[in-house]
Write a protein that binds this ligand. Structure first.
Ligand code: RB5
Length: 153
């Protein structure tokens, strides 16, 4: 599995704390930045990761900003993206079981490294449950298609 990971300045510390977990899980990743604490705009990094997932260039993404809210707003604008803001093990597990989330959003200023590592482990090992949840995802896809048709005029 290939993963694209990105963050703004508020997410750099947490990103550096979870990269070793990706290596431990033998997950190939590209780090699209940012890589230092100089203030940047989260949409620039959110777009890189979300586009890669949206177009199928990578299977999954991870995005980190201060609250996780800005990155969530950006990521869920992209077709085929199901981005989930996770802050504990329950939300991480549910985002995979019920939502088949393909982008994990972490709040860099809210959770610590230990919690983030636990979330990442759970998120990658938990499969999608399917069944009634697939029906709900199909409805989301139908909304997406309808909105895209409106855009085309
Ligand atoms: C940056 O200060 C902060 O606004 C950003 O990381 C994020 O929390 C936005 O939603």
């Amino acid at each position: 599995m290939k993963v694209s990971i990105g963050c703004d300045h508020a997410g750099v510390t947490l990103k550096n704390e979870i990269l070793p977990i990706l290596e431990e899980l033998s997950i190939e990743y590209e780090d699209v930045g940012t890589k230092d604490m100089i203030s940047v705009d989260y949409p620039d990094f959110g777009e890189r990761v979300s586009e890669a997932v949206s177009k199928g260039r990578v299977e999954r993404g991870i995005l980190i900003c201060g609250t996780g809210i800005g990155m969530s707003i950006v990521a869920n604008k992209f077709p085929n993206v199901r981005a989930a803001l996770c802050y504990n093990s329950y939300s991480a597990e549910m985002s995979r079981l019920h939502n088949d989330a393909n982008i994990l959003i972490l709040p860099g200023r809210v959770i610590d490294g230990a919690m983030a590592r636990e979330i990442v482990r759970i998120w990658f090992k938990t499969p999608f449950e399917g069944g009634r949840h697939q029906r709900r995802l199909d409805k989301i896809k139908a909304i997406e298609r309808r909105l895209m048709r409106h855009e085309d005029g």
